[in-house]
Ligand binder design. Structure first.
Ligand code: NDP
Length: 296
């Protein structure tokens, strides 16, 4: 193996420690405890695990954590009423509605009901617009984590050719926008892209966010490229359950300059960035200077 491993666990631990430092400062100097509210509708097992982890890490960072677990049959009106209540609660600085929502609920309507200043997931249409115009947005956590890893590994990204595979609103599109804002030349590929391999082979930075186990082999990767593998796919191999990304790690690591592992790459950064966004939202709400290192 020749590629350097980009250690997301280590970077996330540093970010969480920086978050905890800012939280301590907010408490001691200003008597403010940042608060994050997470709303979960229904009992999707994966979502329950995410919500539990978010709550635990929020408390470990010294913040207050509020969890609202609502039954699957919750009505749109009741969910909107809860969001309204959280929007007007001065002790809550971040509001997150865990996706996916049950199919009878309109996710766009629900997300756009969150106060954009408390939208720590960065999915509200106002934050999408701010990011798209290069203004001070709440940046979606997973792409924010990817960009932090890229900047800390490569420094200035200006002029690099970046290819993002996947165009979802929560990962692919904001990732591409962040890379563009950092002056990369950006291509977004998706399921209709013709000859995906030829696009991937041009990339100095390749971000894979598809959800198809090991679909990108090493011979699609430019020698020396930096590879960010966002996906977490569960597969059965040799009779065991295993987590793998969209990139075939073994062959890719022979060609790439650096690569994120799965697990232990992008995943740990996502929750750390959620905590960072909550502190940023808290500072903005109280008109305090923006904490350095927690946002872009
Ligand atoms: P979506 O399913 O919303 O989007 C997947 C994207 O991949 C779509 O744009 C789709 O294209 C594209 N795609 C599908 N098949 C192909 C193909 N054969 N070739 C090229 N592109 C293809 O997923 P998300 O964006 O929500 O998530 C992507 C992955 O990232 C998932 O594995 C998810 O588990 C993971 N994830 C990880 C996080 C973390 O913290 N590490 C956080 C969030 C997500 P089209 O639009 O044309 O359908």
């Amino acid at each position: 193996m020749t590629a350097q491993i980009i250690d997301g666990k280590e970077s996330a631990a540093q970010l969480r420690s920086s978050v905890a430092g800012h939280v301590a400062w907010l408490k001691e100097e200003h008597g403010i405890t940042p608060g994050l509210a997470v709303v979960l509708v229904g009992g999707d097992p994966a979502s329950e695990v995410y919500v539990r982890n978010k709550g635990r890490q929020t408390i470990e960072a010294g913040m207050s954590s509020l969890e609202h677990k609502l039954p699957t049959e919750t009505s749109q009106a009741d969910l909107l009423a809860l969001i309204e209540q959280l929007n007007s609660d001065p002790d809550i600085h971040g509001v997150l509605v865990q996706l996916p929502l049950p199919s009878h609920l309109n996710a766009d309507l629900v997300i756009n009901a969150i106060d954009p200043a408390k939208d720590v997931d960065g999915f509200h249409i106002s934050n999408v617009g701010l990011l798209g115009t290069g203004q001070n947005a709440m940046v979606p956590c997973t792409p924010l984590g990817c960009l932090m890893l890229l900047r800390s590994h490569l420094g200035d990204l200006s002029g690099l050719e970046a290819v993002v595979v996947g165009r979802s609103n929560i990962v692919g599109k904001p990732m591409a926008q962040l890379l563009l804002n950092d002056s990369c030349t950006v291509t977004i590929a998706h399921s209709r892209t013709r000859d995906l391999a030829s696009f991937c082979r041009r990339a100095d930075i390749l971000v894979a966010a598809v959800g198809r186990p090991e679909m990108i082999p090493g011979d699609w990767i430019k020698p020396g490229a930096t590879v960010i593998d966002v996906s977490i796919n569960r597969i059965a191999r040799d009779g065991k359950q295993q987590l793998v990304g969209d990139v075939d790690f073994g062959s890719a690591a022979e060609v790439a300059g650096a690569i994120t592992p799965v697990p232990g790459g992008v995943g740990p950064m996502t929750i750390a960035c959620l905590l960072a966004n909550t502190v940023t939202a808290c500072c903005r709400a109280h008109r305090l200077s923006e904490p350095e290192g927690l946002t872009l």
